[in-house]
Ligand binder design. Structure first.
Ligand code: ATP
Length: 605
């Protein structure tokens, strides 16, 4: 098989490291790609990125430095102490090995031995295969395999090669070659000019695997690359949104109307299903299947197609009430071990917002209304697996009202999506077909409020048979009425849950109490009597609640976001002593502004 000597690659790496110009770097890569046989160009591209394959499936390089030092000692026949001393002095195993080697075998002898049997030159293919073997070694004996395989390579390496080998194997090869530079170089090397770049980039969006793309280009040219199709099991680069903060501006940008969707505050997921096999990928295209066995099960059960790729958001929820929790809660699911236990303790819901592929058909070039229709066809909704809440909006007021509803329910804001005939799924691109509308700051609720229980919702899961959440109201002395501000399901101890139905039973009535003003339909209604102390994260506007309705904004009332029972029953207070509507308006106005921290792109944690 045609191959490339590893020493040639190292030569290029040295030159790449020496340049700070991106153009010069691209030229060097073009020259390198042109002289690399097609059979190993994929391996060469992976190594240059410091990986062993595409990010979504490659095993990680990253042998511990201690282990690498043992391999160096073994290969050179020197003491572990010597290696350690050199490492301490130079701060890098690669440089340490290089120096020790130069000392033990003078350069002239090395050059002389270049073609000898023992010194058969290393090739790119061999190095890649050995590194893959090292990365995959597991179980008992893995350490030995890693050390002997690495030592085997080092024995045949020149000092310079050893430096790079060790940097690669410890995951410290930092050439600084960006994927975009590799794409440019591929376009120049195999497409003749930069104008080939869009075709190659499209292939890269559908199959974010630069090694594979390089190989197809080298073997079959641009025509081959044009045939690369969306494939179940290979994550597609996700579509991204632009951001605006004016409802009027958003609608103008989207042609006067749009599909507004709740912007759930969780982790993005691209779910790939083939028969019973399901793979989950994150926004950064990492394979996160292992973190969410429950989501895998849901996809299996609720996606009615032999093959499909759907996209949505995984959101942490309170299992007893179904309420959404802030995204930080998902951190508990990013575990390698005890996944089952984490799954029980930190359950999630999935809200789907797109479909990219179904049974042999790519849907990415269809407009959004069509994709949404296909999504509805394919997905059978369940309690924890549903379509993203959405609404076609045509005015800034409607948009604002939907936004407030989303925020009060625990979402970050809304996504406004074009419904135009050109509203395709724009892979890997941030564009104006999707516009996110979120808050730049939120407020902070610093004080507790005392609210009256006016209704309740049946519990699920652990809370079946008791109440899952209570409908809480503030008092309006002017109207002598109780107006709703939140549904509270958090903060209740097991004992509270046992006590509450008994405590509320005497007040239970068949219909809404005439002094209660509510837009929500509770499962059970009560005479306003029991007062509980509640704290929340902030007071927001909401079209769902009636407290101070229209006072701050037409059609919106006040709501408490992420409300929690503090544990204090205010038996000392009658319902008319509860926090008043007016007090809540004051609290809303006096809230302290705090900036909303931006999550690092694609990170759930
Ligand atoms: P970006 O992903 O745009 O680079 P980011 O990582 O900071 O930015 P956000 O600004 O929060 O993320 O907005 C985009 C993310 O919102 C999506 O990647 C997705 O995870 C999430 N999201 C939640 N609900 C929806 C929805 N209905 N449609 C699309 N994305 C949604």
């Amino acid at each position: 098989m045609a191959d490339l000597e590893f020493s040639r690659l190292v030569e290029f790496y040295e030159r790449i490291e020496a340049t700070s110009s991106r153009l010069a770097m691209t030229d060097l890569l073009v020259a390198l790609f042109k002289r690399t046989p097609a059979e190993v160009i994929d391996k060469l591209v992976y190594l240059t990125r410091g990986t062993l394959g595409p990010d979504y499936e490659a095993p990680e390089l990253g042998v511990a430095e201690k282990l690498a030092m043992r391999a160096v000692a073994l290969a050179l026949g020197v003491g572990a102490r010597d290696v350690e001393a050199a490492y301490k002095r130079l701060g890098d195993v690669g440089s340490a090995a290089e120096e020790l080697m130069k000392r033990s075998k003078p350069a002239s002898i090395l050059e002389f031995l270049g073609g000898g049997a023992e010194q058969r030159p290393l090739t790119v293919g061999e190095v890649y295969d050995a590194l893959l073997k090292i990365a995959r070694a597991s179980g008992p004996g893995a350490q030995d395999t890693k050390i002997t395989t690495l030592a085997g390579l080092l024995k045949r390496a020149s000092p310079r090669e050893a430096r790079y080998l060790l940097r690669m194997v410890t995951g410290k090869l930092r050439l600084g070659v960006a994927d975009m530079t590799i794409l440019d170089a591929l376009a120049l090397a195999f497409g003749g000019s930069r104008s080939a770049r869009p075709v190659i980039e499209r292939a890269f969006n559908v199959r974010p695997d630069l090694g594979y793309i390089a190989r197809v280009l080298a073997e079959r040219g641009l025509e081959g690359v044009k045939e690369i199709r969306i494939t179940v099991g290979v994550p597609v680069k996700p579509m991204l949104a632009e951001r605006l903060s004016e409802p009027g501006e958003i609608l103008a940008k989207l042609g006067g109307s749009c599909l507004a969707e709740f912007k759930y505050d969780g982790e993005r997921v691209q779910a790939h299903k083939r028969g019973d096999e399901v793979l989950l990928f994150s926004r950064r295209l990492e394979n996160i299947t292992g973190h969410y066995p429950d989501v895998v099960e849901m996809v299996r059960e609720h996606v009615r197609a032999g093959e499909a790729i759907v996209e949505g958001e995984i959101v942490a929820i309170n299992p007893d009430t179904g309420e959404m929790l802030p995204f930080q809660e998902l951190m508990h699911r990013r575990r390698k071990y005890e996944v089952e236990e984490a799954m029980e303790r930190y359950p999630v819901s999935v809200y789907l917002f797109d479909i990219l592929y179904v049974d042999g058909e790519s849907l990415i070039d269809l407009p959004l209304p069509e994709r949404r229709r296909r999504l509805e066809e394919v997905v059978e909704e369940g309690e924890r697996f549903a379509l993203a809440r959405s609404k076609v909006v045509r005015s800034p007021e409607e948009l604002m009202s939907f936004f407030e509803e989303a925020v009060a329910e625990g979402c970050e804001g809304i996504m406004c999506k074009s419904l135009g005939s050109d509203s395709i799924y724009q892979m890997g691109a941030r564009g104006w077909l999707w516009i996110k509308f979120k808050r730049d700051y939120r407020y902070e609720m610093t004080d507790t409020v005392d609210l009256v229980v006016v209704g309740a919702f049946h519990g699920r899961g652990k809370r079946a048979g008791t109440y899952g959440a209570l409908l809480m109201a503030a008092y309006s002395p002017e109207e002598d009425a109780f107006k709703t501000v939140c549904k509270v399901g958090s903060g209740f101890s097991d004992e509270d849950l046992l006590q509450l139905p008994k405590l509320l039973e005497p007040y239970r009535i068949e219909h809404r109490h005439p002094r209660v003003v509510s837009k929500m339909e509770a499962d059970v209604w009560f005479v306003p009597a029991v007062v509980l102390e509640i704290i929340g994260s902030e007071i927001t506007l909401s079209p769902m609640h009636t407290c101070a309705l229209g006072r701050v904004r037409p059609d919106a009332g006040l709501a408490i976001r992420f409300p929690r029972f503090t544990g204090r029953y205010r038996f000392d207070k009658g319902p008319e002593d509860a926090t008043t509507e007016e007090e809540l308006v004051e609290m809303y106005k006096r809230q302290r502004k705090v900036a909303v921290p931006r999550a690092p792109a694609g990170e759930a944690a």
